[in-house]
Design a protein around this ligand. Structure first.
Ligand SMILES: Cc1ncc(COP(=O)(O)O)c(C=O)c1O
Length: 286
């Protein structure tokens, strides 16, 4: 399996990670997930912009230009031959030896890795929706950084799994923020509501695209905090991410939304999102 390792494409077996790499020691690093369809990356520019933005928020220098990164990820896509799948691109702050919390000196080179996996679109799931639970947002206060320290997200995802659900809807003192690995939106009184960007959520690229679609379709969108009551009273609920696209929610705990899934607005956004993909990446068969 071919992977990115720093500025090269190598066989996975050649990669060596130092046990004192700060990613491994402290979770000190950032990442991006970029989806390819028909052998072309979708929203590559937006994802790379967020990659640089996450790096700058933790004062980490990306030792490659956007053009170099673009070239590298496209080479990986070509060499793996994957048509539809997910790229995980990760940058850690490099090796601190001996172990030390302080950021290392400027001379320490951050370590880049990138892996690509073939994953088809799950059209059946996009039709059926996913069951969710509601739980406390136990994460830190810089959720806008796409960082590799994901323990808070992992723990709430596991909580969801224990309740036979696929996603955890998170709230802080009754205000819904997002999900463990996706953004969340509701349709209430004909309006689409979703938490505003800021330090409490990840500024999702999929969200960016569906908001653009919603506005073009004439749906009112408000990026405002909304409550758990709003969530339970919503006509439609959906989450969004690079890997699941626009995904209807079919159940929130014991609250069943089956008769409305996918709701009219969610369906329209799914279709518009698909059109965006096809404009950038060509016609899809699944
Ligand atoms: C916590 C969280 N929020 C939102 C998202 C959605 O972001 P994007 O649409 O850029 O994939 C993700 C994606 O992994 C995420 O982990």
């Amino acid at each position: 399996m071919k992977v990115i390792w720093n500025n090269e494409i190598v066989d996975r077996s050649q990669v060596r990670i130092d046990p004192e790499d700060r990613g491994y020691q402290f979770g000190d690093g950032i990442y991006e997930v970029i989806r390819a369809y028909n052998g072309t990356f979708f929203c590559l520019e937006e994802h790379l912009d967020r990659f640089y933005s996450s790096a700058s928020k933790i004062e980490m220098n990306v030792p490659y230009t956007p053009a170099e990164l673009k070239h590298l990820v496209n080479r990986l896509l070509d060499e793996t031959g994957i048509q539809t799948g997910n790229l995980y691109l990760q940058l850690t702050r490099g090796v601190s030896s001996p172990r030390n919390h302080m950021y290392p000196d400027a001379g320490v080179l951050p370590m880049l890795t990138g892996t690509m996996t073939a994953v088809d679109r799950d059209a059946a799931k996009m039709e059926a929706g996913i069951p969710t639970i509601v739980t406390d947002d136990i994460r830190w206060l810089k959720c806008d950084i796409k960082m590799i320290s994901l323990l808070g997200n992992i723990m709430v995802k596991h909580e969801a799994h224990k309740h036979n659900a696929e996603e955890a809807i998170l709230h802080r003192d009754g205000i819904v923020t997002e999900c463990s690995s996706s953004n969340l939106a509701i349709v209430k009184n004909g309006e689409i509501l979703t938490h505003p960007d800021g330090n409490l959520i990840l500024p999702g690229i999929t969200k960016l695209v569906w908001i653009r679609c919603a506005k073009a379709l004439g749906y009112p969108v408000r990026e405002v905090p909304f409550s758990l009551d709003d969530l339970y009273e919503a006509e439609e609920v959906f989450c969004s991410s690079t890997t699941i696209e626009v995904m209807p929610v079919s159940r929130i705990g014991d609250h069943v939304l089956f008769d409305k899934v996918p709701g009219k607005v969610t369906r329209a956004l799914q279709n518009a999102y698909l059109e965006e993909i096809e404009q950038q990446c060509g016609l899809l068969t699944v």
